[in-house]
Design a protein around this ligand. Structure first.
Ligand code: SF4
Ligand code: SF4
Length: 389
């Protein structure tokens, strides 16, 4: 796992033509390259073999319940914002067999699944996604309930982060303190600059192995002008973010408003489809399913992603604890923004905006917070008052 030496400041420059050399150097160390690529007209994460698989020249338009890819005027490699998938699909898979049991008629043998190790390189992980990864690390690696499967998959992950210079219409990582520049927890962090005929990356090594990889490609120390361009691109990104949220005393705000009539309003629109939880990079609720073969000679237990939006999720003896859509939405947002802090010491939201984009009816977590604040007599503050940009 990478060290936390990186300060989020670019120090070196590589030309765009050296990007594939960087990927080859990572691959040569035995890592499988996972990165963004286009499928079914969305940016997804999958195995890639080189820059040719990236969404080169594509951007996207995102709004509540809306996602469209658009052609860019340039050939930016990372000129889009996050799509519906998250890296948890690799490190915390949607289906995972926990054990198998076999019976020969007289005795039953139970075989726990052996945690599988992988050497994944996550190419193009965004700052908000790194923040989400840090949350999962805290939950699955620091206890009190360790996940040996996550532990094995995560033990040797190479993180090639890309700072966000193209925030989406639903992004608000700046409000959550998780972007648009990475601060720590990466091996290499890139900032892509595409201006006029110039196309290059500023590179900041965040770990010893990141620095080693950089030695394998042609680079030079970043000039003052290159650094200034990167800084400007990132401060522009802060300003262009489509959403913002006031997080001052947000935990208390949510706890004060458990009986707020706004939850009923939301419930009239919420389809309980669970999209918001499935696309969220921090949501990790799961259930288990047991199955047997027809002969009864073998059985298995599989862990699967679940969602607090299903009535089954809170089912205990006698029925579901949260029977209404109102109760389930309130649970979700209160957990994300308030009780998550009590459980894990951070917000459960990193401001990626996916739950807004992929909600079929455009329910918006940032609007919910503003609605509570306004109902308490607060005036909605301008973005510049909150973000300073
Ligand atoms: S709650 Fe929404 S905005 Fe926050 S991290 Fe999850 S998907 Fe992203
Ligand atoms: S808030 Fe939106 S995405 Fe989430 S369950 Fe309701 S309708 Fe689905």
């Amino acid at each position: 796992m990478c060290s936390e030496k990186g300060k989020g400041e670019a120090m070196f420059t590589i030309d765009v033509s050296a990007f594939d050399d960087l990927l080859s150097a990572i691959k040569a160390k035995g890592y499988a390259l996972l990165g963004p690529t286009i499928r079914d007209r969305v940016v997804v994460y999958d195995q890639i073999s080189g820059s040719k698989d990236l969404p080169i020249g594509w951007s996207d338009r995102q709004e509540g319940g809306t996602y469209r890819l658009n052609k860019r005027k340039d050939q930016a490699f990372f000129g889009y914002s996050v799509g519906p998938q998250t890296w948890k699909k690799f490190l915390y898979p949607d289906h995972l067999k926990l054990w198998e049991a076999h019976s020969d008629g007289s005795r039953i043998e139970i075989e726990p699944a052996t945690p599988e190790s992988r050497r994944y390189a996550l190419i193009g992980i965004r700052p908000c996604e790194l923040a989400a990864l840090a949350i999962h690390d805290r939950i699955f690696l620091e206890g009190p309930y360790l996940d040996p499967h996550y532990q094995a998959l995560r033990a040797d992950t190479f993180l090639l982060a890309v700072n966000c210079t193209e925030p989406g219409g639903t992004c608000f990582c700046h409000s959550m303190g998780s972007g648009p520049a990475v601060k720590q927890g990466f091996d290499l962090a890139l900032t892509e600059i595409v201006e006029n005929d110039d196309h290059y990356f500023l590179v900041n090594p965040g770990s010893d192995r990141g620095a080693e990889i950089l030695q394998e490609v042609v680079y030079h120390e970043a000039t003052a002008e290159e650094t200034a361009r990167a800084e400007k691109a990132l401060s522009d990104a802060e300003y262009r973010m489509g959403r913002y949220m006031d997080i001052d005393n947000i935990r208390e705000l949510l706890y004060r408003n458990l009986e707020h009539p706004y939850w009923e309003e939301i419930a009239k629109r919420c389809l309980n489809c669970a999209n918001c939880t499935l696309v969220c990079p921090t949501c990790f609720c799961s259930t288990v399913e047991d199955s047997t073969d027809l002969s009864g000679a073998s059985a298995s237990r599989t862990r699967m992603w679940d969602s607090c939006f299903t009535s089954q999720f809170s089912y205990i003896h006698g029925g579901s604890v949260r029977q209404s859509a109102m109760a389930r939405y309130r649970q979700w947002i209160t957990h994300k923004l308030a009780s998550w802090q009590d459980q894990f010491g951070t917000s459960g939201c990193v401001g990626c905006g996916r739950c807004i984009t992929w909600c079929p009816v455009g329910i918006d977590i940032t609007e919910a917070v503003w609605a509570l604040r306004e109902s308490e007599g607060e005036t909605r503050r301008e973005k510049t008052q909150l973000t300073g940009v």
